[in-house]
Write a protein that binds this ligand. Sequence first.
Ligand code: EPU
Length: 353
Amino acid sequence: MFVEQNVPLQDSNAFGIVAKAYQLVRLRTEADVAALLAEPGLAAAPKFVLGGGSNIVLTGDVKPLVIKVEIEGRRKVSEDGRAVVVEFGAGERWHDAVAWSLAQGWPGLENLALIPGTVGAAPVQNIGAYGVELQDRFESLDAIDLTTGQAFTLDAAQCAFGYRDSVFKHTAPQTEGEGALPRGMGLAGRAVITRVRLRLPKPWRPVLGYLDLERRMAESGVAHPTAQQIFDWICEIRSAKLPDPRRIGNAGSFFKNPTVTPEQCADIIAREPGIVHYPMPDGSVKLAAGWLIDACGWKGKSVGNAGVYEKQALVLVNRGGATGGEVVTLARAIQTSVYERFGIRLEPEPVVV
Ligand code: EPU
């Protein structure tokens, strides 16, 4: 197994933070995982799995062995009257997977166009946008346990998807027995996702209803958009309000939209009538974190070279040469002012490494 030393990671994290991996291995096939685990020095080393790097903040050089997943592949697994199931290697770019499926005549992922990162990272945080979450199109995934080398498959229930959350974001308790997989108990740092299968339902139905999309429909006069039309609109909407990580380093939304009880919401509305909020099916109320941050006056502000994006206050950006420490300091300052004004604790979306 070829181990690269002192590998720059600036181009491997969407924030564009300068840091290096002391040691890095690239996984191009499942067999590479077996080769990695066959080497005692590497098998025992602490590991960090890197996908597209679009949801991490690097606060220094990475000491654990970095595992860069570059497994490719796209294919139709099955098709019947109810759905097409497609499979992608974990290293494929998510947006390419969306565009490819559409080009094959298999729509269903168009609302998730232009989300940065890899297919393998998509289930980790259950990516979502414009009314669709990964879990709505998920069939199953293959992964390999990095402690035992055992391959396993998880369905949606076993992935324990939540809002920007899954079993891959939680660490497992220390007690499970040798070889026994801690299903539903936390796989962070323990497993590497190798392939993901997605279910695209038939007949295709557009997912509209999201304000920005409704606005596009009204403007264009198109009442029954095709999947391609929705794909194009989503690309336009995202490009207009979210910075392109290839030009301005960023990790998308930096905080989750918090949920509160209807009583808490009513209390806040009494003080802040303009607050953007959405009633949820379970009776709770989701608040727009971007609005909260904006209301605290953070839009366009900076700490060192880390800043709050001018067009969307939920997005923190690297203005050039930002350190992970600056991003974290800015994030904490935002959390403090939102807490002091609204009594709400914002939870970060990216993983701080
Ligand atoms: N808003 C402001 N000021 C701002 C930003 C937003 O007032 O600076 C208001 C907007 O006017 C709007 C509301 O807040 O009324 C919500 O904003 P937006 O529609 O941009 O969506 P969001 O809730 O901020 C979420 C996801 C995005 C996803 C969009 C579209 C989270 C944390 N973020 O953002 O996901 O693309 O909805 O579905 O759930 C990501 O997770 O990285 C991400 C980009």
